[in-house]
Design a protein around this ligand. Structure first.
Ligand SMILES: Cc1cc2nc3c(=O)[nH]c(=O)nc-3n(C[C@H](O)[C@H](O)[C@H](O)COP(=O)(O)O)c2cc1C
Length: 397
């Protein structure tokens, strides 16, 4: 049993909040609901009180006469805070550190895990301000996400922004405390490679490293010992519990992998490794000329295929490759699965993933039918992928 503070902000999906509160209570938790003023216009506080069996608080100013400071006590005593739906405005207030209403004040006080379930129109979700707020909140060590998902929106639009269903959110709440990867060792690669041309130039790619970092952080939270081999990115240091090893080129990454792959239970290869590197490196800066210039490229080793070969018929480590494509996603993923002899290929489309806070992936497996699609913030997708991987990582009895 845990104490769950359920924040409800003023999105139309607030009508699903009583169902979520009911599921959380059914799971054995004590649920205190804090709707915003806007939420109370969309869902009845009486319904929320009825399903939780507890008083519902919406204002910082109620109950002061009884001597309690709800905005401190409610959040300080909670084992988890869940906000469903989380509106664009609530995310903006939380990212700005506002405490102008009871729910945003609670979010400032909370140190327990905070699970956010965004719900809004696609345009609102995709707006750079909302994406900036999502990035700011994602950098906090206790913030997790569930959704948003793609589908039909209440405003009549179709797209990303739909709140996850109450059952999905309730399952994500249980995961907040889960240590199902305790004792497992994971090696995760992330980010682009930089292949140097001269002292000031390189060949690179647009990978941000976010998916790999989200996977590394989620696995560490779930108890795994995680090493993150990370190419050059603008990301902050990963959360505590993740060992960070930087690399720059495909050949440097290969060296790191060679010395580490046998010691891990799973290898998650999200890094976008250059297929080619410049054949030569100029120690002096290359100069401008009037003629066309040609670049001679040498192929880089295919690191995933190499590991697939080295592993041979062994069962460990579990090999998970990632691919980003511009079209024919399923066909490309299946071809890679066979060519690289790995267990899974997690595939996404460049326009739905590259450089974004969110992604949508499908999983193609050597054994079994495809899984997914899983969509949402990269941290939500990381947890969904680890949910599917965890049973495969359990030690045989
Ligand atoms: C009927 C209705 C539905 C709304 N649905 C959403 C929604 O799904 N997501 C959202 O971000 N804002 C939505 N809004 C706008 C928010 O209610 C508004 O931004 C409000 O200030 C949010 O306050 P809160 O974050 O304190 O709950 C909706 C407004 C109305 C009138």
């Amino acid at each position: 049993m845990a104490r769950v503070l359920l924040g409800v902000s003023g999105g139309i999906a607030a009508y699903k909040a009583p169902e979520l509160a009911r599921l959380l209570r059914k799971a054995g938790h004590v649920v205190d609901v804090v709707p915003t003023e806007a939420a109370t216009r969309l869902v009845s506080p009486a319904a929320l009180a009825a399903v939780t069996g507890r008083a519902v608080r919406s204002s910082m100013w109620d109950g002061l006469e009884s001597g309690t400071m709800d905005h401190i006590a409610l959040a300080a005593e909670a084992d988890a805070v869940v906000v469903a739906p989380a509106t664009a405005d609530l995310l903006a207030r939380a990212a700005a550190g506002r405490a102008s209403d009871l729910l945003s004040a609670c979010l400032l006080v909370a140190r327990a895990p905070v699970l956010l379930a965004p719900a809004m129109n696609t345009r609102m979700w995709e707006h750079p301000f909302t994406q900036r707020n999502v990035a700011t909140l994602s950098a906090l060590p206790n913030v997790r996400w569930v959704g948003p998902e793609s589908g039909e929106l209440a405003c009549g639009w179709e797209g990303l922004g739909r709140m996850s269903e109450p059952a999905t959110i309730a399952a994500a709440v249980e995961r907040l405390w889960k240590r199902d990867l305790a004792g497992r060792r994971l090696l995760v690669t992330a980010g682009p490679t930089h292949e140097p041309l001269d002292p000031v130039r390189f060949l690179g790619n647009r990978s941000s490293g976010r998916m790999g970092q989200a996977l590394a952080e989620a696995a560490a939270r779930r108890g795994a010992r995680v090493t993150l081999l990370r190419g050059p990115t603008a990301l902050p240091a990963p959360a505590a519990g993740v060992e960070l090893v930087p690399f720059e080129t495909a050949l440097e990454l290969r060296l790191e992998l060679r010395s580490r792959w046998k010691k891990c239970d799973a290898l998650l290869m999200t890094a976008a490794v250059a297929d080619y590197r410049p054949r030569s490196f100029s120690t002096d800066k290359l100069k401008r000329g009037a003629e066309d210039a040609a670049l001679a490229l040498a192929p880089n080793p295919d690191l995933l295929a190499e590991l697939g070969r080295l592993r041979g018929s062994g069962r460990t480590p579990l090999l998970v490759g990632f691919c980003v494509e511009t079209r024919n996603l399923a066909a490309a993923a299946k071809a890679k699965l066979a060519a690289k002899r790995c267990d899974w290929i997690v595939a996404n489309l460049a326009r739905e993933a590259l450089g974004l806070e969110t992604t949508k992936v499908e999983v193609h497996r050597a054994k079994g039918r495809p899984l997914g699609p899983f969509a949402g913030t990269k941290s939500a997708v990381a947890d969904a992928l680890l949910d599917a991987l965890a049973p495969l990582l359990r030690r045989p009895a």
